[in-house]
Design a protein around this ligand. Sequence first.
Ligand SMILES: [Zn+2]
Ligand SMILES: [Zn+2]
Length: 224
Amino acid sequence: MFNTPKNIRKFQCFVCARQFESFEEFVSHIVETHEEGTDYVLCPLERCKAPVRDVRSHFKVKHPTEKLPQKGMLKATVWRDVTPKGKIKKRKPKFREGWHHSTKMEKNFYYRSGYEKTVYECFDSWHEVLAYEAEPFQIPYIHEGQCHQYTPDVFIAFIDGHKEVWEVKPANQTLLEKNQNKWFSAKQACEARGWEFVVATEQVIQKLKKKVKNQFLDSPSEET
Ligand SMILES: [Zn+2]
Ligand SMILES: [Zn+2]
C-alpha cells in the first residue's frame, strides 16, 4: 500500500483505531474484542474470512472475480470512522448509544442501540415488570472450540413471579453462528433455573410497545 520506507504499513482496527504490526494480530484483536454483526462481519469466502465492515466493497478490492454471496450479513451495523491519526471521527447518528435513566429502578442503564433504549422505556412503564437489570451476568459458551463469556442484555422479574432473560438483536443478526452458540448456552442456563430466554427482534419489540401502550385498556385495541 505504501512504498516509502518511513511509512511502514500498519494494520489499524476499523472499530477502535488500535494499530497492529501483522494482519494476524489485527484479525484476532477484532474477533476477540469487537462484536460480530454490530462492529464487523466476516468475509464469507472460506479461504479469507477477514473481518470487514462492508463485504461488498471488500469483494471489489480483494476478490474482484468472485461472485458476492446472496446470504448473510453484508455490512456491520455500526460504523465508527477513524482518522489516520487514530481519532474516532464520527458515528452514524442513526445508531444510538447512551445512558437511559430508569424511573422504575432509579438507576442508569447503558444502551447500545435504539432497540435497547426502547426496551428499557417499555419495562419502566409496563406495570407487570417488577424489576429489571441490564447486563445482569455472564454465561460461558463455546465458539469455534474456545470458551467465551456472553452477557445477555436484560434480566426481568415480573409481578407474577416468572423471570425472563432478554437479548435484544435485529433479526438479520440472529442466524450468525456466534450468536447461535451464545444463545444455545443461555437457553440451557435459563431453563435450569426456570427462566425464559427471549431473543427480542424488531418484531418482539413492536409487540412489547403495543402491549405497554394498551396495558390499562379492557380489550386490546387493534390500532398499530
Ligand atoms: Zn479494535
Ligand atoms: Zn475476503
